[in-house]
Ligand binder design. Structure first.
Ligand code: ADP
Ligand code: ZN
Length: 739
């Protein structure tokens, strides 16, 4: 028998080892093994088992043994790992490593073992109690025996709390055989003692019933993907909860993924209220030990549901029935480092491999998912009527081109209408959210006077302004032109290169509304999850009048007293050199606007823009999700962007710009013979962010039909090529981040 093993040396290669007969019954796909490797011993994982090998068996070395310190990878995940490695062009080791959380992989944690005490025999215990009688010197023994007789098995910490307890008394009882001790693995307590009131399923609305009937059909058929397209508050979460119940009734397990930022105590409470201890929560604040315990609880089948952010997708269930991806359009499902996987797409693959149903939920689905629904690959259910009394927000669009006094400086960030509306809320004791999504690094050239923004002639994306070279370039097609000194549209010479951030907004707000209590929420001001919770809690309790923030405040937070949302610069996201800039802007405006009027008071949204006629702004402010989707998909089809083509970007980076550039061109020349007509590749270009952390960055973007061909051409060279020292190559398949 031959075991094909991948070790922790990043070679993107498997090695064959003989399996000694005594290990034959123990070894299986996914087993962690110790193997000789050169002159050392390494830990590895068995990815497949074979009867024969193409190598010379007489010279092959045997597996040393099954690793005692490390967990094995569940068999069903091994295949998924192999697929990720191929699909995302990462090494097999990187991919396999992703399947296990670090505390499970590194072998440093053990189950927490605790001693459990009980009486060995209650008759003997009673006899002893009678014998001790009122002897106060033996009170220690009395309290232990009496407690155990009443309550049964106990941990030491419980006994230690008893009045009169002594350790020596307990030790004596154990020595005399009156009290027995056993050891058991216990779980580190993840939830603390949070008191949760249990609830039960709500009577489904007609929309929910329709969605659930479809999910039932998929569950019965043993798989399939359903896109659940419903506005905020339309009852999607309730559908997830009931679908999970059905999955449990079938004896199967469920995984729920939510964006990290939405994994709040509020969200968890809702799932806990329905499922109690059958639920495992995998959030980023778990300690290594807790993560280890939760993984083992899932692996052993003790829990049936796992909820968490991206990596919870690899929860080691062996009887998976359902995967829910909430907010499926979120770009945070894409991992930024290798393997650069998108959890939504891998979920669809895992569902397929394990015959599980996948539900993708969103109020603003991605173009990719809508396209998949359109061509029948996914089924789709719409949920329109909001449950409860929430009403859609009222938009007021403020055209910032009019009445912007160039001498007014910073205060022009606030229109008169916005200032007035905020004042009014403060005086009536209501709350406001001021939203500005500052992404300061991509400097865009724009004109304040007419709203002009520099765009590429051929690609309909915004150009990137480079101060260093004084040029405008398009990183999709490679067009470069000189940056104009005056606005090409109106001749104004006050061209601008960037906007303002939330910090500036906060200080202006303090000046404009001196009596208001103002909080700010963005990645600069939020150093930890506790900061985040604290600001939210203060806002919830009405200790703040205004909350200023970036997209951090946009996600599903429920604040009934918020009646005004100000979107200070709706154009900001539109100015990104990315074909998804329309989609992201639409989603963000829709989400932020949804923060207003969630209570009994109707909400107002004041949206400031230099482009009131822009299609995205028009669709967003009229709440026309379908209109926007149609518009965006048509645009993408016309321009042959994903989902109508596939895209891979290859990023080259290093401190020596010439070396980076030279290797990028060599790389391009090397792969171009393998690409056919339907695939477009342009010369390497400086990335929109040309230099990051001291490294120069060049990018090749490959786009077209035939992802497999593209991958094949790129993968081998990217993983096994020999770039000059100091130059790194990173492949991103289905990139979300074009920067
Ligand atoms: P979404 O996830 O789409 O934002 P939720 O599932 O959170 O929507 O539902 C919004 C609100 O409506 C919640 O407060 C929820 O408890 C309530 N709700 C959902 N479904 C029902 C139902 N069938 N009957 C009554 N209330 C419901
Ligand atoms: Zn272009």
């Amino acid at each position: 028998m031959i075991a094909r093993v991948v070790t922790d040396v990043a070679l993107d290669r498997e090695f064959d080892y003989l399996v000694p007969p005594e290990l034959a019954s123990e070894l299986e796909v996914g087993s962690a093994v110790d193997v000789p490797f050169g002159r050392t011993q390494r830990t590895g994982y068995v990815l497949s088992i074979h009867d024969t090998t193409e190598f010379d068996m007489s010279r092959m070395r045997p597996v040393t043994g099954v690793s005692s310190s490390r967990a094995s990878i569940p068999k069903q995940l091994v295949e998924l790992g192999r697929w990720m490695s191929e699909y995302y062009c990462c090494t097999l080791e990187q991919s396999i490593r992703t399947l296990l959380p670090a505390p499970v992989r590194n072998g440093k944690f053990r189950p927490k073992i605790r001693k459990i005490y009980n009486v060995s025999n209650s008759y003997e215990a009673q006899k002893e109690l009678a014998k001790i009688g009122k002897n106060v010197r033996l009170i220690g023994r009395t309290v232990v025996l009496e407690h155990l007789l009443v309550y049964g098995e106990c941990f030491m910490d419980e006994l230690a709390k008893l009045q009169g307890f002594s350790r020596s008394a307990l030790a004596t009882l154990v020595k005399n055989g009156l009290v027995s001790v056993r050891e058991a693995a216990t779980r580190r307590d993840v939830f603390g003692n949070a008191g949760i009131v249990r609830d039960s399923a709500l009577e489904p609305t007609p929309d929910q019933a329709k969605a659930l009937a479809q999910i039932d059909g998929l569950l019965a058929a043993g798989g399939g993907v359903q896109l659940l397209h419903g506005t905020t508050n339309s009852g999607k979460t309730e559908v997830y909860l009931q679908a999970i119940s059905k999955t449990m009734d079938m004896g199967k397990s469920s995984i729920v993924l939510v964006p990290e930022i939405s994994l709040t105590p509020q969200t968890v409470r809702r799932f806990r209220a329905r499922f109690g201890d059958a639920l495992s929560v995998l959030h980023s604040r778990l300690s290594g030990g807790e993560r280890f315990d939760e993984w083992n609880r899932i692996r052993s089948g003790e829990v049936k549901i796992a909820i968490g952010a991206r990596s919870a997708l690899f929860a080691p269930f062996s009887d998976l029935g359902l995967i829910v991806i909430d907010e499926e359009h979120e770009s945070t499902y894409k991992q930024a480092e290798a393997p650069r996987y998108n959890a939504r797409d891998v979920a669809v693959m895992r569902g397929q491999l394990e015959h599980a149903v996948v539900i993708l939920g969103s109020a603003t689905p991605s173009a990719e998912s809508l396209h998949n629904a359109g061509i029948g690959r996914f089924s789709m259910t719409r949920m329109s009527c909001p449950v409860g009394h929430s009403v859609p927000p009222r938009f007021q669009v403020i055209d910032r081109r009019i009445g912007t006094d160039p001498d007014a400086g910073e205060s022009s960030l606030f229109s008169d209408e916005l200032v007035e509306a905020v004042r009014q809320r403060i005086s009536s004791g209501e709350q406001c959210i001021l939203f500005l999504n500052r992404r300061g690094y991509a400097r865009t050239l724009s004109c304040d006077a007419c709203g002009y923004v520099a765009k590429c002639d051929d690609c309909a994306v915004h150009c990137v302004y480079s101060r260093r070279s004084q040029t405008l370039s398009c990183h999709l097609c490679g067009a470069v032109r000189e940056a104009p000194l005056v606005c090409p549209q109106c001749g104004n010479n006050q061209i601008r290169y960037s906007g303002s951030g939330t910090e500036k907004i906060e200080s202006i707000a303090h000046a404009l509304f001196p009596d208001a209590r103002i909080g700010r929420m963005d990645s600069d001001s939020m150093r930890s999850a506790d900061d985040y919770e604290e600001v939210l809690e203060n806002f919830r309790q009405g200790k703040l009048d205004i909350l200023v923030g970036t997209q951090m405040i946009a996600k599903g937070l429920h604040f009934p007293n918020v009646t005004l949302v100000g979107i200070l610069n709706a154009d900001q996201g539109l100015n990104m050199p990315d074909f998804r800039s329309s989609e992201r802007t639409f989603q963000l405006i829709t989400q932020v606007a949804g923060r207003a009027g969630r209570g009994d008071t109707p909400g107002d949204v004041i949206l400031q823009t230099f482009n009131p006629q822009n299609d995205v702004i028009v669709y967003a402010t009229s709440g026309d999700v379908d209109g926007f989707s149609k518009f965006d998909l048509e645009f993408r089809e016309m321009m042959n962007y994903p989902p109508f083509s596939r895209m891979i970007t290859i990023l080259f980076r290093g401190e020596d710009e010439d070396a980076v550039k030279r290797y990028a061109f060599e790389f391009k020349d090397a792969i171009s013979p393998y690409l056919h007509d339907g695939i477009k590749m342009v010369d390497p270009m400086p990335a929109p962010i040309e230099r990051m952390k001291g490294k120069y960055r060049y990018v090749i973007s490959v786009r077209g039909n035939g992802l497999a061909t593209m991958r094949k051409a790129i993968r081998t060279l990217a993983l096994h090529g020999a770039p000059p020292s100091g130059v790194e190559v990173a492949v991103d398949v289905d990139p979300q981040n074009m920067m």
